[in-house]
Design a protein around this ligand. Structure first.
Ligand code: AMP
Ligand code: MG
Length: 403
């Protein structure tokens, strides 16, 4: 039996980042950039008006006799047009937000601070300083500059910046091909009403959803029966993936054949048990480049094992540098008891109040009670040797959802 930390280390040591691929930026959100993104232009590309108003020579508007002053309007430019005329002393160009500043002008007066007059003239009611309401060329970034670094996980704002610099396609790390196999003679399809002794197969759905949330995709490869032949057929298919997730059949029962079948097929197993609750029976191995997880069958154990070990593995494959969920220190709101001998992960509700974090374990009936976990947004960590925790105790909490 290995500790949680040791299992985490072994898993990640045996996972490699996948090759780089090129994708259209429309499909790149949530992926990890595999190249430095370099701009081909200055941004803004020209001195740009930040306001609707008049491009002027600032000095004209700050006349010693005091504003208002009157200027002659020589041209009108809207966004997308380029000014043709140079602004000389005593002149102004009517300008719209986003339009290029005409030569000669060094400030823009807001339209609110002006009054149009007869005969292409304008009254400037308020003086402006040099440079006012102008976004100078290259203010945000310049041609040749690395604007987004390699290994950045692309969010919508980065996608927009990539568009600004003309990168229609980008190099990103690939997403793994993932297979999910469920096992158990008692399992029936969602569409079936379970007969006596049967239950609906739910793990492949929750796991596929967890994979989807991790920005990857999984193929559900069906349910194998608890016999060698059925398991061998399913697992052989699964071993063609980058990552194979199998649920159930990994404990000590007579029908738990997954471990021996994996060994028979030549999968190199690194550990078969982890000192944690829920989720003690969990195996991890490699078959050539394919990483294989045998997860415990109980739905909460499956869920927790994915969060702790599979999600970080997927993220490493995808080039991410932050692999684990965020851990937050919080004060316990309700007392907690634990059996003590293994590290425990309890479904919990974490929330902030007056600048501090508080947490309480949700009502939960053990590793089959998946509904219990829906009342929480986190997993509260009860350290190994601890049997009870009092109210007010500081604990570590893994944030799995929204606060
Ligand atoms: P096992 O690890 O195969 O002994 O399964 C442990 C418990 O989890 C049993 O009660 C199973 O019925 C249940 N279980 C196993 N696989 C699934 C599944 N895919 N969906 C829902 N429950 C499952
Ligand atoms: Mg089973």
């Amino acid at each position: 039996m290995v500790s949680v930390d040791e299992a985490y280390r072994i898993v990640l040591e045996n996972i490699s980042t996948l090759p780089i691929q090129e994708v259209n930026i429309k499909e790149a959100v949530g992926l990890c950039l595999a190249e430095d993104a370099v701009s081909d232009i200055d941004m803004p590309p020209f001195d740009k008006s930040a306001m609707d108003g008049y491009a002027v020579i600032a000095e004209d508007t700050l006349s010693p006799s005091g504003t208002p002053v009157e200027l002659q309007v020589i041209e009108e430019v809207t966004a997308g047009q380029f000014p043709m005329k140079k602004v000389e002393r005593g002149q102004a160009t009517k300008i719209m937000t986003g339009a290029a500043l005409p030569q000669g002008a060094d400030a823009v007066t807001k339209v609110e601070d002006t009054e149009p007059l007869e005969g292409n003239r304008v009254k400037i009611l308020k003086g402006v300083e040099k440079g006012k309401n102008i976004s100078p060329r290259g203010e945000d970034f310049q041609a040749g500059q690395v604007v987004i670094k390699r290994t950045t996980v692309l969010r919508p704002q980065e996608i927009g910046v990539l568009a600004m610099i003309g990168m229609e396609k980008v190099k990103v790390y690939s997403t793994p091909k993932i297979g999910i196999i469920t096992t158990g003679n008692e399992l029936v399809e969602v569409s079936c009403k379970p007969a006596r002794g049967q239950i609906r197969e739910s793990n492949s759905y929750s796991l596929a959803a967890q994979v989807f949330q991790a920005r990857a995709e999984a193929e559900r490869l069906g349910t194998a029966r608890d016999d060698r032949k059925s398991l061998i057929t399913a697992i052989k298919r699964g071993l063609k993936k980058d990552l194979l997730l199998i649920t159930g059949g990994v404990s000590m029962g007579e029908s738990d054949l997954v471990v021996s079948v994996l060994k028979e097929l030549g999968v190199n197993l690194f550990f078969e048990k982890i000192a944690m609750r829920p989720g003690k029976p969990m195996v991890f191995g490699k078959y050539y480049k394919t990483a294989v997880f045998g997860l415990p069958g109980n739905p909460v154990a499956t869920y927790v094992s994915f969060e702790l070990f599979v999600r970080p593995a997927i993220r490493k494959m995808m080039g991410f540098t932050k692999l684990s969920r965020t851990v937050i220190k919080a004060r316990l709101e309700t007392p907690l008891r634990s059996k003590g001998e293994r590290k425990e992960f309890r479904p919990a509700w974490l929330h902030p109040e007056d600048g501090k974090f508080f947490v309480s374990a949700v009502e939960w009936h053990g590793s089959a009670d998946l509904l219990g976990t829906t009342k929480g947004n986190s997993l509260l960590i009860v350290p190994e040797s601890v049997e009870s925790l009092p109210v007010g105790q500081e604990v570590e909490v893994i944030l799995t959802g929204e606060i």
